[in-house]
Design a protein around this ligand. Structure first.
Ligand code: ADP
Ligand code: MG
Length: 259
């Protein structure tokens, strides 16, 4: 308010505002300033790995995909209030992380708090907390986030890590706060993630009870982009060599060779 009142006062004098109008304008400017500061702070704490949004997502690339339910998650915060989850499946490169970031960004813009984790990093963090006997505290601290994104759950392997901490997180957030999980394996292969079949079933059960399941099917967008780049390169190389072939041989070259 300190930064704006003089400019507003000047405008108020010029346009002969009433005191009430001046006060309203002052308050509105302050509310806007506080909102944009909060947005900056919450986007920063969300630590999204990319600033990708739904606006830059090419829906046509996905096969038989109806984006409406996913768009709904970004415009209506009801699912966060009801502590529902979103589970995204699909092979590598189909846009799971892109969409997860876009949904998380939209929820932050709706005024909620989100936090992005690569699944493997999250497991390490939770294991560390468990070793320090601080797991309950850490889980409680994560409650401040309305949405936790666990990206690439399938990269967690029970052989490498004690993954019961992941189950403890899922159980702790169940019907309390939302999770957005991405994975490239279907549920049937999740027994490679959790300690035993019983834990796998219990985790899946809690995750799907109140959840939107999004299945993404397409060729890898990375591969498609790489293919397109190499096609463009080929075309430009062909065009280049055709131009060179039809161009007259510079006289000097011939002269040099002759010499
Ligand atoms: P995944 O997490 O499924 O492996 P990513 O979300 O990392 O895939 O996507 C790989 C790259 O391709 C990213 O740069 C992403 O922005 C882009 N991408 C994927 N799908 C699309 C799409 N349908 N439209 C626009 N960009 C896409
Ligand atoms: Mg990814």
């Amino acid at each position: 308010m300190l930064n704006h009142w003089e400019a507003l006062e000047h405008q108020a004098m010029q346009e002969q505002w009433s005191y009430a109008q001046f006060l309203l304008a002052l308050c509105e400017t302050e509310v806007e300033r506080r909102w944009s500061q909060r947005l900056k702070r919450t986007l920063n704490e969300a630590q999204l790995p990319s600033a990708k949004t739904l606006a830059t997502f090419d829906w046509a690339h996905l096969k038989d995909f109806n984006p409406a339910p996913l768009m709904q998650l970004t415009s209506d915060s009801g699912w966060l209030k009801r502590a529902e989850n979103c589970l995204m499946f699909g092979p590598s490169g189909v846009g799971k992380t892109h969409l997860a970031c876009a949904v998380a960004r939209a929820t932050v813009e709706l005024g909620y708090r989100a936090k992005f984790f690569a699944a493997t990093t999250l497991v390490q963090t939770l294991q560390h907390a468990k070793r320090q006997l601080l797991l309950p505290n850490t889980l409680k601290k994560l409650d401040r986030y309305d949405l936790l994104i666990i990206d690439d759950l399938g990269y967690v392997k029970k052989s490498e890590a004690e993954t019961s901490v992941l189950f403890e997180l899922i159980a702790h957030r169940y019907e309390r706060k939302s999770l957005l999980v991405t994975a490239n394996q279907p549920f049937s292969q999740w027994n490679t993630i959790f300690a035993d079949d019983m834990m796998t079933v219990a985790a899946v059960d809690r995750l799907v009870h109140h959840a939107m399941i999004v299945q993404l099917q397409a060729e890898s967008y990375r591969k498609r982009s790489a293919d397109q780049r190499s096609q463009t390169q080929d075309l430009s190389q062909n065009a280049h060599s055709e131009v060179n072939a039809s161009a007259p041989v510079p006289a000097q070259v011939g002269n040099c060779r002759d010499n």
